[in-house]
Design a protein. Structure first.
Length: 489
């Protein structure tokens, strides 16, 4: 977002800059008789936002240059100068000394002309056998594949925070809900592990998406390939791509990998928005299940008593941005004829903001989760309401040979009676309970207790504390596996 705002702010400054620079010769200016209209310069520039590709652009250029030397298209001497020049430019960029010129359109032409300015004629050879079309496709893939790994790293950290908290809450009983109505008791550890599972799938999805991002388009030229005897496998090896794209027309034009990434990121946000919704509810005075750390909440300018869960609300709100970016990229690609079209320049705005937003929200969760203070008493009290162990009573009758459907009806009548008495099922006497079924004995009270109810769900995927502890052990192992595989990948 910071990025988009900066771009918008810079536009007026660019207009002024451009008046002076308008007459400057464009790298593609040869066939043009009149200078570019000032508005057109402003309208077509992308350097205000694609400058964030600068470092990967240089990395790609160095690999391309080295490949050209490897196949003998350029001399080793020329390449040494080009590489040295590019590295000096990289240093300038890192130190914030590089002057981006909107008249030079994009990050690619800015760097190329800086190179020519710096090393002279030989710099003009860098673009041999390459087009900005395969160059930008390469840059985006290089950039995105690294960002996917940072996002997965953040996901792992959030998952670790969830497992750590779950470990403290394996015995904590809370009401589980369906339709937001009290349903059956669950342990809070179990509830937290549900969030773990969602984020775990998100991480796997991103890893899978990365395999399709991680393919080298360079060598596709503008659209048809190049007439030089290039060695694409060599470039791929230098850049750490396990494969090269198979078809030049496809490689320069499609952005399905960016759409796919936005889909994965939108799912991360969808999950975080669900989590956020629960945190907001649980922080309310009506639930009072949790307390968030003061440092992770904000106040009200008018109501002195307020402590608001704004971080969770903002994450919930930002989810809409991700859905929007996904839709915008799908629409950007819709009906585009082969091959490259300038429409594609717009891919970066959506993609970059998607990356930034999902990272920010994961950072927010990484920071917020360890500060969740659980109000066990409130959770337990809430779990004791709403006839939450009614299913357990039905299951008890089934164990006494009552068919489940009949047991369901018996318990329904018992609940209706208890509501009339303003009592919970566990507060009814044995005699009262026996009005509804003779099969009920005094052992019934074990299954009417909250602890008995959760402990009974003792199977893989169930809420029993014993199962939750085992699930935590498995979760930690799965996290380690992800991290080890990432280290290797
Ligand atoms: N800046 C462009 C983009 O982001 C890349 C340049 C392609 N321009 C062209 N005239 N072929 O897609």
């Amino acid at each position: 977002m910071l990025f988009v705002q900066k771009s918008a702010l810079n536009n007026s400054q660019y207009t002024a800059d451009m008046t002076a620079k308008n007459k400057k010769k464009k790298p593609w200016g040869g066939r043009f008789a009149t200078p570019t209209d000032e508005f057109v310069e402003c309208f077509t520039e992308s350097v205000s936002y694609d400058q964030r590709l600068a470092l990967v652009d240089i990395k790609g250029s160095i690999a391309h240059a080295e490949m050209l030397a490897h196949v003998g298209v350029l001399s080793k001497q020329d390449i040494r100068k080009i590489v040295r020049g590019l590295k000096a430019i990289e240093k300038d960029i890192r130190q914030g000394k590089f002057r981006w010129d909107p008249a030079l359109e994009d990050v690619h032409m800015n760097i190329e002309s800086a190179l020519i300015k710096r090393i002279g004629e030989v710099g003009k050879k860098l673009h041999t056998g390459r087009s900005r079309n395969d160059q930008v496709a390469t840059d985006i893939r290089l950039y995105l594949r690294a960002e996917i790994q940072s996002i997965r790293q953040l996901l792992s950290e959030v998952m670790t925070a969830l497992v750590d908290l779950a470990e403290k809450e394996t015995e904590t009983i809370m009401p589980g809900f369906t339709h937001m109505q009290t349903a059956q008791p669950v342990t809070f550890g179990h509830h937290l592990l549900a969030w773990f599972e969602m984020l775990y799938r998100d991480s796997l999805r991103l890893a899978d998406c990365r395999t399709r991002v991680n393919v080298l388009p360079l060598g596709s030229g503008a659209l048809a390939g190049t007439s030089y005897p290039i060695d694409r496998a060599y470039t791929a090896k230098l850049l750490g791509f396990p494969a090269v794209t198979e078809n030049s027309l496809d490689a320069v034009s499609d952005r399905d990998f960016a759409v796919e990434f936005c889909h994965c990121a939108a799912l991360v946000m969808m999950h975080l928005s669900r989590f956020s919704e629960e945190l907001v509810l649980w922080m309310s005075q009506q639930f009072a299940f949790i307390e968030l750390d003061d440092a992770w909440c904000t106040g009200s300018s008018i109501m002195p008593q307020k402590k608001n869960p704004d971080i969770a609300e903002l994450v919930r709100g930002k989810t809409g941005r991700l859905y929007g970016h996904l839709m915008s990229l799908l629409t950007l690609m819709k009906a585009q004829p082969l091959a490259y079209n300038r429409d594609n320049q717009e891919d970066k705005l959506a993609l970059f903001d998607a990356i930034d937003t999902v990272k920010q929200c994961l950072l927010a969760y990484r920071g917020m989760i360890p500060g969740i203070r659980v109000r066990n008493e409130a959770m337990l009290t809430a779990a004791g309401q709403g006839y939450i162990t009614a299913t357990d009573l039905a299951d008890y009758l089934v164990r006494k040979q009552v068919p489940f459907r009949d047991a369901h009806a018996v318990v329904g009548r018992a609940v209706r009676y208890a509501i009339g008495q303003s009592k919970d099922l566990s507060e009814l006497s044995l005699k009262e309970l026996q009005q509804f079924s003779k099969k009920i004995g005094k052992d019934v009270f074990d299954c009417l207790s909250l602890e008995g109810s959760v402990a009974a769900r003792d199977h893989v995927g169930g809420t029993a504390p014993k199962q939750v502890r085992q699930a935590i052990r498995r979760a930690r192992k799965r996290l380690i596996k992800i991290m080890v595989e990432d280290g290797e990948g």
